[in-house]
Design a protein. Structure first.
Lengths: 327, 332
């Protein structure tokens, strides 16, 4: 961890000194335990702010569509961040020559809420050492094994190594190819429509429409989100269940073939809504139908943005009921 | 001073149920919400504070102002019956007083808000264990502050010591309340002193407004807004933020006028019909949020629109810490 951090600082310094980039986006120490904060480093003197640990949970690719696109930017990228960069490249949202990817093979990020639930009282200090997280409060000191407390998105991640990078820091890690990434989606699919609706309602019913999920998501970059359109007004602005439901369903649909399942939406959500269950259901559909996973290859457009005559068409209703179409 | 044993609390609450709806902190999968309770089982030991501030009891996130159908209009401004809001933290009670400036001030009375305020009794719960993100004492509040409360409960293990703040609060006390012993009063005093010492975060607020007076065009706002992703968490979870948007929801000859929370962090907040947006980027929006709380509000009401509850610090997805922001402003 310390080595990676040191190298991030070195690379950032070199890039800024050689004027190869205008700024480096990375992580700095948070103001509260178990947190980091994204940091924009413009000057060589500030590279010391950059840190690397198991709390670097934000997907920094989200900033690439928010900043001045003429700027040359270096971005610290975990596996998922790099996949989001690829997704943005494929969709023409960022220019490859403007971006320097500082790739970091990732061993998963720690879900601070999981640790918080295991201690009595507030965590006042947290440290990390050799795969262990040490936390201290006013009346406790506890050690947790990092790999037992990863975010659920990290637990099912099969792409820990960056899919693209200009600089790679640290050794590539072994990919977790054996994990059954859609086990819970399959369980969900087995439920009755009523049960599925109940679960959906329980989760999204507490949404406050702060749009943190949208803002944290690198692939939610529409200049005008459909919820913000006032002419026409597609949906109402309040927290009535029907409006919440439409927001969450459309948000998930818009991610089809684009979501890299970084989990940023869920981490940003203050209401701890299981936001990934919908996007992952759609990811699974895209994988089943098109054998496609977003963010792995800058040369392959997402399935819903392209067309091939070999595409399956059996879902098209010709008006005579659904039937298999053979080409 | 009076006291009530925790065992008797349910009896007391039950006796109020005939006349009041009781809203208390309810733990839903680790998140606390103020919700109506039918059976009071005591306040959950894990309760620090509610996720959404209790402002929503007076100023709901989505509120129907009136409904109409086939030419007939029905006003929905009045709440039905009286309410008791139980377990409110002192910071949030102070926040309600700040909101009164806006919704129940000299210039304007918002009847939707004042009706709910008048029909609600607030029973506070002192903070024996403030969090590291609490900084209420910087703004004249404190973990045992009584401002804005009708009754303050102090947890002394098996009982609550009861500090009756207003007549409105005093009137609901029942036979379950006994006189507290000197020992219990002293214990409460000790807990109070310890709690106050636990608040380590302190912000110097003097001079912030004057600094901000001269900072409208400062490059500081560029730097501050860089990492902000532009969500509405800080404003929606803030107990003093109060901006709203009024919308008409209509279908054929029926519909309603609705007031929804809005946030100055959203581009749509200031987007004009012409397409022009006077706050086009995150920089202007972030500046507005800080200016409103620590400059414009002070200008209008002589008080800072922050009570130090720490919700924005805990919940910001990118860890923008208002304490750090304020400290930085003082150095400019």
């Amino acid at each position: 961890m310390q080595d990676v951090q040191k190298k991030i600082r070195e690379e950032a310094r070199n890039l800024l000194a050689a004027r190869k980039v205008d700024l480096v986006i990375g992580f700095e120490k948070g103001t509260i335990p178990c947190r980091t904060s994204p940091v924009f480093v413009h000057k060589e003197d500030d590279v010391g702010k950059l840190v690397w640990n198991s709390f670097c949970e934000m997907n920094l690719a989200t900033y690439l569509t928010k900043i001045d696109k003429n700027k040359k930017v270096a971005v610290v990228a975990k596996g998922c961040d790099s996949r989001s960069i690829v997704a943005l490249l494929v969709e023409g949202q960022v220019k490859r020559e403007k971006i320097t990817v500082i790739g970091i093979p990732c061993q998963g990020m720690v879900d601070r809420r999981k640790i918080e639930r295991k201690v009595e009282g507030e965590i006042l200090e947290a440290e990390e050492e050799n795969g262990k997280i040490l936390v201290k409060g006013s009346s406790f000191e506890k050690v947790f094994k990092k790999e037992d407390y990863l975010y659920s998105s990290c637990r099912v991640c099969k792409h820990r190594n960056p899919s693209i990078y200009d600089i790679l820091i640290g050794e590539k890690v072994k990919e977790n190819t054996q994990v059954d990434e859609y086990a819970d989606v399959i369980e969900y699919e087995k439920k009755s429509p009523d049960e599925r609706w109940q679960y959906f309602e329980k989760e999204i019913g507490r949404c406050i429409r702060c749009y943190a999920c949208r803002q944290a998501c690198p692939t939610c970059y529409c200049e005008e989100c459909f919820v913000d359109s006032s002419n026409p007004k597609w949906i109402d602005k309040g927290v009535d269940l029907s409006d919440l439901a439409i927001w969450h369903i459309i948000r998930a649909y818009h991610q089809a073939g684009r979501c890299v399942d970084c989990g940023s939406c869920e981490r940003a959500c203050p209401m701890q809504i299981n936001l990934r269950f919908l996007t992952r259901k759609i990811n699974k559909e895209v994988k089943d139908y098109f054998n496609f996973e977003a963010g792995l290859d800058p040369a392959t457009p997402p399935p819903l943005a392209t067309f091939s005559v070999e595409d399956r068409q059996d879902f098209i209703d010709s008006g005579e009921g659904v039937k298999e179409t053979k080409l | 001073m009076k006291k009530i044993s925790k065992k008797e609390m349910n009896k007391f609450i039950q006796s109020l149920m005939a006349d009041y709806t009781i809203l208390a902190p309810v733990n839903i999968e680790g998140i606390f919400f103020f919700k109506p309770v039918a059976d009071f089982q005591g306040i959950d030991g894990e309760y620090k504070n509610s996720k959404k501030p209790p402002k929503e009891v007076f100023f709901p996130q989505t509120e129907t102002m009136f409904k109409y159908k086939d030419g007939k209009v029905e006003s929905t401004e009045k709440v039905k019956g009286k309410r008791i809001l139980l377990g409110v933290r002192p910071c949030d009670a102070r926040a309600n007083l700040l909101l009164d400036n806006v919704f129940a001030g000299e210039d304007y009375e918002d009847i939707y808000y004042t009706n709910k305020r008048e029909n609600t009794i607030i029973i506070g719960l002192a903070c024996n264990e403030p969090s590291s993100t609490c900084f209420c004492s910087s703004f004249g509040g404190g973990p045992f502050s009584k401002e804005g409360l009708d009754i303050l409960l102090i947890d002394i293990k098996d009982s609550y010591l009861v500090d009756t703040v207003t007549d409105k609060g005093g009137k609901i006390l029942t036979g379950e309340f006994k006189e507290a012993t000197d020992k219990e009063v002293k214990l409460a005093e000790k807990i109070k002193n310890e709690a106050e010492k636990k608040i380590k975060s302190r912000i110097r607020i003097e001079g912030i407004k004057e600094k901000l007076d001269a900072m409208f065009d400062d490059p500081f706002w560029d730097e501050l807004s860089e990492r902000c992703i532009g969500c509405g968490i800080c404003s929606y979870l803030c107990p003093t933020c109060h901006c709203f948007d009024i919308q008409d929801e209509a279908k054929n000859s029926q519909g309603r006028r609705v007031r929804n929370w809005d946030s100055c962090m959203f581009p749509l907040f200031t987007l004009q019909a012409s397409g022009h947006n006077p706050r086009p980027t995150g920089k202007e929006r972030m500046r507005q949020r800080i200016m409103h709380k620590f400059n414009y509000f002070v200008e209008n009401y002589k008080e800072v629109a922050c009570v130090g509850c720490g919700r924005c610090i805990i919940n910001c997805p990118v860890n923008i810490d208002i304490r750090k922001v304020l400290k930085k402003i003082l150095t400019i």
